[in-house]
Write a protein that binds this ligand. Structure first.
Ligand code: FES
Length: 152
């Protein structure tokens, strides 16, 4: 596959997640809740998780944002389900490396995430792509720090 075909494939994957978001909604009795906005544009994301014994049983998102931020949230929630929070943090680190143009490792479970690789060439959009992952990190740090989150 040449570069243009790969680029088109990635674009179609991103638009598919934007138009048909996975895990859109709210987990009413979730065990972890996080709100975050992108300070550069004001777009926001609301994440809810059902975490039992450190394993992410379910993850949902809702928010208002561009196609990159919303598709990234869709991909992130898909990727981390069934994984421990520790594994989710490792995925987040690999995603950050990908955005910084560094060597990264994408496991099979991370699904469509590599489609966002091209965003690393557009510094102004990196915050869009990392919004959901930064929110996940924030929630995890809060949860581990307090044993709960402010929203519980
Ligand atoms: Fe606001 Fe992308 S332009 S999150």
């Amino acid at each position: 596959m040449n570069f243009n075909n790969l680029d088109q494939l990635y674009r179609s994957v991103i638009m598919d997640h934007y138009k048909n978001p996975r895990n859109k909604g709210v987990i009413e009795d979730g065990t972890m809740t996080v709100d975050m906005n992108n300070p550069t544009c004001g777009d926001r994301i609301h994440l809810t998780f059902d975490i039992v014994d450190g394993i992410v049983h379910d993850a949902k998102f809702e928010g208002e944002g561009c196609s990159i931020s919303m598709s990234s949230a869709s991909m992130m929630t898909e990727a981390i389900k069934g994984h421990s929070l520790k594994e989710a943090m490792q995925m987040s680190q690999e995603f950050t490396k990908m955005m910084l143009g560094e060597d990264y490792t994408i496991t099979e479970d991370m699904g469509d995430i590599e489609a966002l690789q091209g965003v690393s060439q557009f510094p102004a959009r990196i915050k869009c792509a990392t919004l959901a992952w930064k929110a996940l990190e924030k929630g995890t740090v809060e949860k581990e720090g307090k044993g709960t989150t402010e929203d519980e």
